[in-house]
Design a protein around this ligand. Structure first.
Ligand SMILES: Nc1nc2c(c(=O)[nH]1)N[C@H]1C(S)=C(S)[C@@H](COP(=O)(O)O)O[C@H]1N2
Ligand SMILES: [Mo]
Length: 438
């Protein structure tokens, strides 16, 4: 069928889902007869499990964020970086396509980039980079990177680093910010010292309840000394053994855009707590109040609010441990496979903030039946988990691979992102990848 028809189905769903439903499905219910043929025409293939297609849901082929679609995504061109999806140039933001996250340990070149301001100059002597720890401590510390490495035990861990807005593009209505698909996630192997050890060396006062983080990146306004972002966390997270002051990634220097020469890695919590180009940790006697704190920033409603409504976030809470999510890295969304393909060997990763992943399931029949995948143990706490599994296909045609993970508390990714909030945090609905066979 023509491009025009594809566009009109897509547009109709976007503009008037009720009417689109009525057109595609007749009355609410399963796709049948002429309507099924029309939908098949729109996706360009027969739909073997079309009878299971849920009313009111745009086919995945049309519903992925524009940035993640095969059509014409802007691609990052940067030395040392792979073909990431460019989300914006000022500040620079780039997302990793799910298929580039097929590596068990994310390479530096495929690590997403999320900047709120500019990128600092390359330091002439990284070892001389200075970090200050002050505030509610007995002995404020000013220490160089070289001294940090000498003085404290050095550890290496695989750690998930996920933007608090990962999955934002799937919220409806649309929310403010980078329209990330599922690719604002990395699982690098970080080397550094534990923040805990350094805080203990400074000696926390009983009044120490939170941290505040500062980096050397210039604010886009050019105003000297104005932080582009300065977030902080409760002290218990700062004292966790996987919260690192990191100075190496995958055994090599950290790329400048990813925070060299020194950054926080606060795994499992919003990536904004992993301050790059780290210069100062201010230990606070109350929750930190820098840019990126309070209001609707990195905060989610306690009681659901009306999607699309405005809210000052006064009754919201900070998003802390990230919710369970999965990615499919073996097959690109929109992939076309050879006629006669009758099974798919699927592969991906899943993670769940401070928790672990208990199960991953995949469906190729619009959720009527689910196949349990094999989920590997994490390399260490706070590393993501790889999953693999096979699904069978009865014939050529249009399929959607739906994939969803369940965390160690038994919470499963919801059908659609829930708890809508104005800046689109914590959305972790089930993902759907369109696959065409033949
Ligand atoms: N100094 C500084 N640190 C920062 C940011 C920033 O803009 N400036 N962005 C944060 C956000 S929102 C995220 S998601 C992570 C992204 O880390 P990455 O760019 O290395 O992937 O860095 C965090 N640390
Ligand atoms: Mo982020």
């Amino acid at each position: 069928m023509s491009r025009k028809t594809e566009r009109s189905v897509q547009e109709l769903y976007r503009d008037d889902p009720e009417r689109a439903d009525a057109v595609a499905f007749g009355r609410r219910g399963a796709l049948k007869g002429a309507a099924l043929a029309a939908m098949g025409g729109a996706v360009g293939a027969a739909i073997p499990f079309g009878a299971n297609m849920p009313a009111g849901t745009l086919p995945a082929l049309f519903s992925r964020p524009a940035a993640a679609q095969g059509s014409a995504p802007a691609v990052l061109q940067m030395e040392g970086k792979g073909p990431l999806i460019l989300q914006g140039e000022r500040p620079l933001n780039a997302e990793t396509p799910e298929t580039l996250l097929d590596e068990p340990v994310t390479s530096a070149r495929n690590m997403f980039i999320r900047n709120n301001g500019g990128v600092p100059e390359v330091p002439a002597d990284p070892k001389a980079w200075k970090l200050t720890i002050d505030g509610e401590v007995n002995t404020p510390i000013e220490i160089t990177l070289g001294e940090l490495e000498q003085r404290f035990p050095v550890v290496t861990r695989q750690l998930q680093l996920e933007c608090g807005g990962n999955g934002r593009a799937f919220f409806s209505p649309q929310t403010r910010g980078n329209q990330w698909g599922n690719g604002a996630i990395s699982n690098g192997e970080w080397t550094g010292v534990r923040l805990r050890d350094v805080l203990q060396a400074a000696g926390l006062k009983p009044s120490a309840v939170a941290t505040g983080h500062y980096g050397a990146d210039p604010h886009l306004s050019g105003e000297p000394g104005r932080p582009s972002i300065a977030r902080g966390m409760r002290i218990s997270k700062a004292m966790e053994e996987d919260t690192l002051l990191a100075f190496r990634l995958n055994g090599a220097a950290i790329p400048l855009v990813n925070g060299a020469p020194l950054r926080l890695v606060t795994p499992g919590w919003p990536g904004s707590l992993s301050q790059k180009w780290l210069t100062r940790i201010w230990v606070r006697d109350k929750p930190h109040d820098g840019p990126g704190m309070g209001g609707t920033s990195y905060r989610v409603p306690v009681k659901p609010i009306v999607p699309g409504s405005s809210n000052n976030g006064a009754d919201f809470v900070d998003l802390e441990s990230m919710p369970v999510r999965s990615i499919l890295s073996s097959h690109a969304h929109g992939a076309r496979l050879a006629a006669g393909t009758r099974s798919l060997d699927l592969r991906g990763a899943a993670w769940a903030g401070d928790l672990t992943v208990r199960a991953v399931h995949a469906s190729v029949d619009f959720g009527a039946t689910w196949t349990e995948m094999q989920v590997a143990a994490p390399a260490n706490a706070h590393a993501w988990q790889r999953w693999t599994g096979r699904v069978e296909l009865p014939s050529d045609g249009y399929y959607e691979v739906w994939y969803r993970a369940t965390d160690s508390n038994g919470r499963m990714q919801p059908h659609l992102p829930a708890n809508w909030n104005p800046q689109g945090y914590g959305g972790n609905g089930i993902s759907r990848a369109a696959i065409l066979v033949g």
